[in-house]
Design a protein around this ligand. Sequence first.
Ligand SMILES: Cc1ncc(COP(=O)(O)O)c(C=O)c1O
Length: 433
Amino acid sequence: MAMDIRSLVLDSNKDIYSAIEEIIKKPSQDEPFYICDVSNLIWKVHNWRKLMPRVEIFFATKCNNSSIVVETFAALGLGFDCASKEEIQKILSLGVPPERIVFSNPTKLFSHLTYAAEVGVNVMTFDNEAELYKIQKYHSKAQLLLRLRCDDESARYQLGEKFGACPVTEASGLLKVAKSIGLNVIGIHFHVGCGCVNYMAYYIAIATAKKVFDTGASLGYTFKLLDIGGGYPGEGFRPLDKIAEFINKALEEHFPDNSVKIIAEPGKYCCNTAFKLVSRIHSKKVVTDHYEQKVRMYYMDVGAYNALFNILVNEYYMYRPVTIENSAQLFPSIVWGPTSDTRDRLSEKVDYLPELNIGDWLIFEEAGGYTVSITCEYNGFASPLIYTVINKEDCLLLTEKLQSPFPQDKFTSSLEAFFTGHKNPYSFRQKYF
Ligand SMILES: Cc1ncc(COP(=O)(O)O)c(C=O)c1O
């Protein structure tokens, strides 16, 4: 693949769509691809820090484990939430110190726990008694966060059915067991559920966490860490501002003492809008349905298994054809993914789309969350490659950032191409950090 496009530095008069056009007009370009706007990743971090200066980001690696994302976030000094040995290995390999990793999986594999002990990843979550005994045996120096069940009804994915101890009926008992076997519990963790749209959920969860902090104190613990999990909006049309307001207020009221460190594990918020997925229609047919209606059927090169996993659980993506006018006439249509699975279709219902043709490209606008990291090569269709773009100023900023504290030779993949010829420190540090 040509390096000039793989890592394109954009002048101010160019945007990401011009980069997409540049890629798709190459006659050799036949495969689907992602395009990642690194400047958007940087902006998301900047925006979070501006809105919630007290809350440090520990990016949820599971949401997007591509090199470009984790390298950029490592360069910006973020911490990471890792769920497994492999994720921990990946993050450590970037030069991120183990103290900036939280092993945020309340039910861990033995070998992963042993590995965490070996490499000094000590902060980890738990929500049950058996896990405590396991931790005592395999990682007795662990610093534990009790995960509370705090999921909100509004969340698209409620995680509480699987993880989290009830703050009322279970928390105190678990803390007593931890104390009795000499484990060090240092704080509380919760996750209100992915795609939570109820701002109050965070407020209530923080207030609940405070009560369990008090229970901990009554048992002789001094908790010093509160991890307010993930669930923050990943869609561009849902800003973070309102949630941040509720979180800041709850922290002021319940955790006014700055000696308690506050971290969060946003996934989709950090990386969803930075990615676009660009896919091509390779086949087409027109059928007549039960209502004698003509339905256009399009077959494209990405689907549930190589990129858009969430269509299997009825989550839909915003997409549009690259070249067709907005005002074009719409027809009933079904867009299929490339595999043999009939569930591999973009939407359960019939969509209304302009007339499309074989060879047309579709852009999926916000495709950075739980796409790249959840793929398999079912039927032999590979996960699309990732092109990256960044604007000139951010490129200079990252160059400067990467010189310290992360050794530049660790960043061997996609970021490398940004660094040629940009030696001067740049004043954007002021703007973002
Ligand atoms: C423990 C944990 N933290 C953070 C996240 C990230 O959630 P989101 O992408 O909704 O911010 C998840 C998602 O499943 C999770 O399980």
